[in-house]
Design a protein around this ligand. Sequence first.
Ligand code: ZN
Ligand code: ZN
Length: 201
Amino acid sequence: MARRRADNGPLAFSCDCKAVRGHLQAGAAARGVHAVCYCRDCRAAELWLGRPDPAPGPVDVFQTTPDMIRFQSGTDRLGLLRLSPKGLMRWYATCCNAPLFNTLASPRLPFAALHVARLDSPESVGPVRVHSFVPRPGGRSAHRGWGRMILRLVTGMGGARLSGRWRRTPFFDPDSGAPVAEATIPDKAARAALYSRAPGS
Ligand SMILES: [Zn+2]
Ligand SMILES: [Zn+2]
C-alpha cells in the first residue's frame, strides 16, 4: 500500500526559547505511536507549567523509547514534575516551562513520550493513532487504538530491554538509576487547585 507514512529522518525538537535542543534519531517516526490524552493528569501538568489550558482538548504526544533521544543542548535545564510521589515523570524546560517528555519512573521501563508541539515539524510523526481517556457522556472515558499502541510499546520497550539499549537514556544516571533532576511534587492544596480548575478559567 503506497499510503504516505511518517517522515523517517531525524526529528528535531526544542523548547520554546531554544535553550533545550535535540532530536529523535532517524527511524523513530516509524517505530513510535502518535497519541493524544484527555486525562486529568496531563491537563493538570499543563496548568502547573502555566501553559494554555488544553481542556476540553487533549495533550498531544509521540511515544518512543529513550534511546532514540539525543539532546544537543540544555540538559542542565531539565526540570522534573511529578503530580504525586509515584506519578509519571513529566520533564520540562526550566528556562521557558515548555513540557518536553513524559517517562516512566524507572530507566528499566524504556518509555518516553515527546510533546508533539516541541517538534520542528509536528506533521512528521503522522496522524494520531491512539486516543486515551476520551470523555464520554456520563463522566466515563474511553480509549481508541490501544491494541496498536500496546503492541508497538511492548515491541519497542522489549527490544530496548533485550539489547541493553534501555541503559541509554538522558533522564537517569546510568550507574545509580536516579533521575537527573530532582522531582517537584506539588502539595495537596496545589494539586487540588490544579484538578478543580474549570476549563477556560
Ligand atoms: Zn526554553
Ligand atoms: Zn494523560
